[in-house]
Ligand binder design. Structure first.
Ligand code: FAD
Length: 388
């Protein structure tokens, strides 16, 4: 006979682990299944760990604010250091267009009581010591945003979920969903069947494949992004710095970098054009391009020793926003998918609300705001988020 759970979570990643933790905290019997060998081995470990609430979409602002709250208090709550660093985010402006974009976002961000302000060039030079002053017009700074280690966070959410009774199965791909009438009632893996009142799809770049098993057509397509990390250096840089100018080389849309709690410089860029598909081989051009951009913005980084680069995937949706909530027309099936480039920062907020939805029938945040990410929305209605 199939084992019985209150909830089965498909995917032990950025969304699945916090979801399992909050479900277990609600006292539910939870099974997490991942096809890989341990937690966080999908795209979670590709993230550089930036966490900010300073978006332009109300649902993302609210969920990421929840995430910040959870990350910031994690050590006090569990005793485990996950590399939390409250250094903020800084978006410098080196031209009029970027300044207008950043200033244009401030009213929305302030409406949500986010701590973010425009600062003049001199103040930005204080916030980002050594930033190139040439053409610097100022920038925004949000001191309450921060960084976390994705590797430590995945491990810690898993450990805490297990302490609360959650069960993890690794190296076990979900190959089918068990269905009765209009409901999903469990999953089938290559090892067996597990029945559950609720099945949560948190399968990242494979979320479409899982949803298709329930008869849903979800357009979540992967595209790839590279990141890297240096050897540690003396701490000098508080915020993550995001330069939203397209690069002069014509190959980058924007780029960002910061210094983590171990002193390592972490960095990434958005390639132009986007690179669709699941290839995760590093490209020959990433390091020369990102090095030139970083040294241009912060010349003192020119002697950095780079330790490692990697390439990972964003699970992208047509409108650039996640798909979160009960699947339309399919009972017992819940979605936490389509996280795009922000699944690590959204994970705890999404997980807490999904657990509340499953346990109590309503999310942990204002249901109207939560519904903005509803699977039932028109995903092709147009792009909403200004700073993806
Ligand atoms: C270079 C780079 C930098 C990034 N930086 C950031 C950042 O600073 N901040 C941020 O918030 N985000 C960042 N991201 C994005 C972030 O990594 C993703 O949005 C996030 O990890 C997606 O979370 P997820 O839970 O949906 O997927 P994942 O973390 O990939 O989890 C999905 C899990 O589902 C499992 N799975 C899939 N199919 C099956 C199946 N059939 N059976 C069993 N298990 C299955 C997978 O093995 C995987 O473990 C970055 C991404 C890249 C590539």
């Amino acid at each position: 006979m199939a084992a019985e759970y209150d909830a089965v979570v498909i995917g032990a990643g950025s969304v699945g682990n916090p979801t399992a933790y909050f479900l277990a905290r609600e006292g539910l019997r939870v099974l997490v299944i991942d096809e890989l060998a341990s937690s966080g081995q999908g795209q979670n470990k590709a993230a550089i760990g930036g966490v900010r609430a300073t978006h332009s979409d109300p649902a993302k602002i609210t969920l990421c604010r929840e995430s910040l709250e959870i990350f910031a208090h994690w050590k006090a709550e569990t005793g485990t250091d996950i590399g939390w660093k409250e250094g903020g985010y800084c978006f410098p402006a080196f031209d009029e267009k970027v300044e207008a974009t950043l200033r244009g976002l401030l009213p929305t961000q302030k409406r949500f009581r986010l701590r973010i302000d425009w600062h003049d060039a001199r103040e930005i030079q204080r916030i980002v010591p050594g930033i190139n002053p040439e053409g610097l017009r100022g920038g925004t700074y949000s001191p309450e945003d921060g960084q976390v280690s994705p590797l430590l966070a995945a491990e810690s959410f898993t450990r805490e979920a297990v302490k609360l009774g959650a069960v993890y199965h690794y190296r076990e791909p979900v190959v089918d969903l068990l269905r009765e009438d209009h409901a999903v009632v469990g999953v089938r893996t290559d090892r067996g069947e597990y029945r559950a009142k609720t099945v949560i799809n948190a399968a990242g770049v494979h979320a479409s494949r899982i949803s298709a098993l329930a008869g849903l057509d979800l357009p979540i397509l992967p595209d790839s992004h590279e990141g890297g990390i240096s050897a540690p250096i003396q701490p000098f840089l508080d915020p993550l710095v995001v330069d939203i100018r397209p690069g002069p080389e014509g190959r980058t849309l924007n780029f960002y970098f910061g210094q983590n709690s171990d002193g390592q410089i972490i960095f990434c860029y958005t390639p132009k054009p986007v690179i669709p598909g699941e290839s995760r081989d590093s490209t020959y051009e990433f390091m020369p391009i990102v090095a030139a951009r970083m040294v241009e913005v912060l010349p003192r980084l020119k002697h950095l020793t780079i330790r490692r680069v990697w390439r990972g995937l964003y699970p992208m949706t047509p409108d650039g926003s996640p798909i979160v909530g009960r699947a339309p027309g399919v009972d017992g099936f819940v979605l936490g998918v389509g996280m795009c480039g922000q699944g690590f920062m959204l994970g705890p907020g999404v997980g807490k609300s999904l657990a509340a939805l499953v346990a109590h029938g309503r999310p942990a945040i204002d249901p109207e705001v939560f519904d903005l990410l509803s699977p039932g929305r028109d995903l092709f209605a147009g792009k909403k988020e200004a700073l993806k």
